[in-house]
Design a binder for this molecule. Structure first.
Ligand SMILES: Cc1cc2nc3c(=O)[nH]c(=O)nc-3n(C[C@H](O)[C@H](O)[C@H](O)COP(=O)(O)OP(=O)(O)OC[C@H]3O[C@@H](n4cnc5c(N)ncnc54)[C@H](O)[C@@H]3O)c2cc1C
Length: 506
């Protein structure tokens, strides 16, 4: 098929998730004619699938609550979270995050987003998690709206495939459409790579991590490391390629039909988020949680503490799986797409019905307990007076489930109680998803992609997971903070790059 050329752009952004849309808005705000190329047929990315929390310090929310905090303290806590990676991390990039993320939060608010919090989380020395309302799709909704207002062109179903160079400078992107058509989008100023991580590329996971991780199920099927691959061809380097978030067990997100579906489709504008904010401050906790469980939450993650207290894991054939010495999240990961069920009894239900024994963290709601699932998430919660009845409810062989519970009761470890008294419950199916890999391109503090000898590749920027630059970003709220902050800076700098004359693709 012949290659056609689109020459009307100053800045070409590859990827329409959080970092790409932020970059496009920043570039267009500088007056640059900007296009976003998105491989999927919708704007969402990992950003629109995330929980939605951002860690930031010295925010108006903290000040309202009298919380004394600063970017320097945030940086110090961030470095603790980085653990052994702190030794190799570029501290200037870490500082770029912690010292700019507060402005980023204000920038997002300026587009109409509302946040709840701050919520605390160890080892942060102050409550710093700000959760977007009513959920992470709010990011995509408002960023897309703003981008379109600024005249950004958004092309869906178009995958960046190869970087085009002109006299040693990146001058465009060759793309591949769903029908196999190839188009070169020329960038008079610069290209921003913002296509996320490589958690969905079995090939790259196998090459950079191992074959086992290669089989883990990703959350975002489009996260195939295309930016990393394209930049390596020009001499770019991937840092922390082997670092990945250990898969955590997750329940499916709320169903997209019925009342929950309706709630999820509501535009996340102030008419919706302002009453939610008010409700969270004033309504009884159980009532607001019942509502929020429907449309705030994405992939809730049940805590390992359930198993420490005696819950068991069975697969979809009813076989006991929690008897393995391996970490329970990895056991669930081994069950693949089918997943399994967490089984408990009345005593366990009671125990996990109140503070401090929450079942999962939910954004904004902060903590979700057993009654929240029973009341609001019947799609992932089943209950019955006897084990055979429970087996019928979840569609596993009754005899196998009873045998599994008996086996688990016989081999009890200290501290946990046998599962004896109905009603029994099942939470699931629970699956372990690989949220993300952390290997991103080496970047400068201007978000230029660095080649050999750490010299910038002219005309090429990267942001978000694609431009993670060796940052660990451990702890909740740092990945999104980085996606939007790095996106803003990359987009602005791309728009300010010198103009190069456009020639035919090479
Ligand atoms: C379930 C879950 C919960 C999370 N919760 C949080 C949280 O609460 N707080 C936090 O800080 N972080 C969280 N994260 C991590 C965070 O969501 C990501 O790190 C962040 O969204 C990455 O943004 P991004 O723009 O780099 O990537 P994405 O948002 O994934 O955007 C990349 C986009 O590029 C597109 N793309 C890929 N290849 C191409 C190509 N060749 N051409 C064109 N387009 C392409 C993709 O389709 C995608 O739309 C969570 C992640 C997951 C999966």
């Amino acid at each position: 098929m012949p290659i056609t050329q689109r020459t009307d752009y100053d800045v070409v952004v590859v990827g329409g998730g959080g970092s790409g849309l932020a970059a496009a808005i920043a570039a267009a705000s500088e007056g640059a004619r900007t296009v976003v190329l998105e491989k999927a047929d919708e704007l969402r990315g990992s950003t629109g699938r995330s929980v939605g929390s951002i860690a930031a310090s010295a925010t108006p929310d903290q000040q309202r609550l009298g919380i004394d905090d600063s970017a320097d303290r945030h940086l110090a806590d961030y470095r603790v979270l980085s653990g052994t990676l702190a030794a190799t991390e570029n501290i200037e990039l870490a500082k770029l995050l912690t010292h700019n993320v507060t402005d980023t939060l204000a920038w997002l608010r300026g587009m109409g987003m509302e946040f709840f919090g701050p919520v605390g989380e160890a080892p942060h020395s102050a409550p710093r998690l700000h959760n977007v309302l009513p959920g992470s799709r709010s990011y995509i909704y408002h960023l897309e709206r703003k981008a379109r207002q600024l005249g950004v062109t958004i092309e869906l179903g178009v995958a960046g495939d190869r970087l085009v160079q002109n006299a040693g400078r990146v001058s465009g992107v060759e793309t591949c459409g769903a029908d196999g058509s190839r188009v070169v989008y020329s960038a008079r100023r610069a290209v921003v790579l913002a296509s996320g991580d490589f958690s969905a590329s079995a090939e790259l996971k196998s090459k950079w991590i191992d074959d086992r991780v290669a089989r883990f199920v990703p959350v975002n099927p489009c996260a195939t490391g295309d930016a990393q691959r394209m930049a390596i061809e020009l001499g770019g380097q991937v840092l922390n390629a082997e670092v990945f978030d250990v898969p955590s067990m997750r329940l499916a997100p709320p169903p997209s039909e019925g009342l929950f579906g309706l709630l999820q489709r509501l535009a996340p504008r102030r008419y919706l988020t302002a009453p939610i904010r008010w409700g969270m401050a004033h309504l009884p906790n159980w009532l607001i949680r019942a509502l929020m469980m429907g449309f705030v939450t994405t992939y809730l993650s049940p805590r390992e503490a359930l198993f420490d207290a005696g819950a068991i894991l069975v697969d979809t054939a009813g076989r006991l799986r929690s008897d393995s010495p391996e970490n329970i999240n990895l056991v669930v990961a081994g069950l693949g797409e089918e997943g399994g069920y967490i089984i408990g009894d009345r005593a366990l239900y009671r125990k996990f019905s109140a503070d401090p024994c929450y079942v999962a963290t939910a954004p904004g709601v902060a903590f979700a307990y057993m009654p929240d699932f029973r009341r609001s998430r019947k799609d992932v919660y089943a209950e019955a007076s006897t084990l055979p009845e429970l087996a019928t409810e979840i569609g596993v062989p009754a005899a196998t489930l009873s045998k599994s519970v008996a086996a688990a009761n016989e081999s009890l470890a200290g501290g946990s109680a046998p599962l004896t008294e109905g009603p029994f419950f099942a939470l699931g199916p629970v699956r372990a998803y690989l949220l993300q890999t952390n290997g991103g391109l080496a970047v400068s503090t201007d978000l230029e992609v660095l080649g050999a000898d750490d010299r910038p590749l002219p005309g090429l920027y990267a942001a978000g997971n694609a431009g993670q630059g060796g940052l660990a970003l451990f702890g909740h709220g740092h990945h999104l903070g980085w996606a939007f902050t790095s996106g803003r800076i990359a987009g602005r700098n791309a728009a300010r790059s010198a103009i190069t004359p456009i020639r035919a693709a090479s």
